[in-house]
Design a protein around this ligand. Structure first.
Ligand SMILES: C[S@@+](CC[C@H](N)C(=O)[O-])C[C@H]1O[C@@H](n2cnc3c(N)ncnc32)[C@H](O)[C@@H]1O
Length: 218
């Protein structure tokens, strides 16, 4: 993804440092205590882009703690700016790429994972980089609390089909699937991402699914 450079990136990061999760691997197993209210459930988004989705979610759901993960240096400061503008006390930002979720989160630590418009990595040789690749799913499962779900949405029909196969290969239960989120019953509570706004404005239908990462009785 090509991005325009952000002027004063370092100054913005310093100004919004309260929202940066410093040394995130060291927080493994103790993320809840990094938030103002450690009793709240913990939701993660991997690949937050400029942060529209995660910041809106944090604003709308003060009863949930959120972690945004974005490795793109030219855009992750945008998440910090929004978090500061909204004065969010329930959002932290990991300014890095996650390769294996288990490096950052302990067993059972996450109550929900969001993947929104993840990079498709279309070439077969790069399939392992897709955020819905079966080994990535295995890592999410390990970090999931009982009842935790994965929510994935994308404009990319091929990536969606691939992801459904990967989810089935892991034996995960699909709670629901829609090929047209904006004209589905789930549209009511949907919060749009920057990419979602761009693609739906062009008339592209949006795919979305929820899968159970860990059953309550496991
Ligand atoms: C196509 S953009 C979508 C951004 C946003 N979710 C949206 O829907 O507008 C994908 C983003 O995921 C980020 N990304 C990809 N893999 C990542 C990873 N493993 N960890 C953190 N960020 C990642 C990229 O840097 C990029 O900003």
């Amino acid at each position: 993804m090509r991005q325009r450079s952000v002027k004063n990136r370092d100054a913005i990061a310093a100004d919004c440092s309260a929202w940066i999760a410093d040394d995130p691997k060291a927080k493994r197993g103790s993320w809840r205590s990094a938030f103002a209210d450690p009793s709240l459930p913990l939701h993660l988004e991997i690949g937050s882009g400029k942060g529209r989705f995660i910041c809106e979610m944090a604003r709308l759901h003060p009863d949930v703690n959120f972690i945004a993960v974005e490795g793109g240096k030219k855009i992750n400061v945008r998440i910090l700016q929004k978090a500061k503008d909204y004065n969010l006390s329930n959002l932290l930002v990991i300014m890095d790429y996650i390769v294996d979720a288990r490096d950052f989160f302990a067993e059972g630590e996450l109550d929900r994972i969001y993947l929104n418009f993840s990079d498709p990595w279309p070439k077969a040789r790069n399939a392992k980089r897709r955020l819905t690749y079966r080994e990535k799913l295995k890592a999410y499962e390990a970090c999931a609390a009982p009842g935790a779900v994965l929510q994935f949405k994308t404009d990319n029909d091929g990536l969606f089909d691939y992801s459904l196969e990967e989810i089935r290969s892991r034996g995960l239960l699909l709670r629901w699937v829609t090929r047209d989120l904006h004209h589905s019953p789930y549209a009511e509570w949907n919060v749009e991402t920057e990419y979602e706004q761009k693609f739906s404005a062009r008339g592209k239908s949006i795919n979305c699914l929820q899968a159970v990462l860990k059953k309550c009785n496991e």
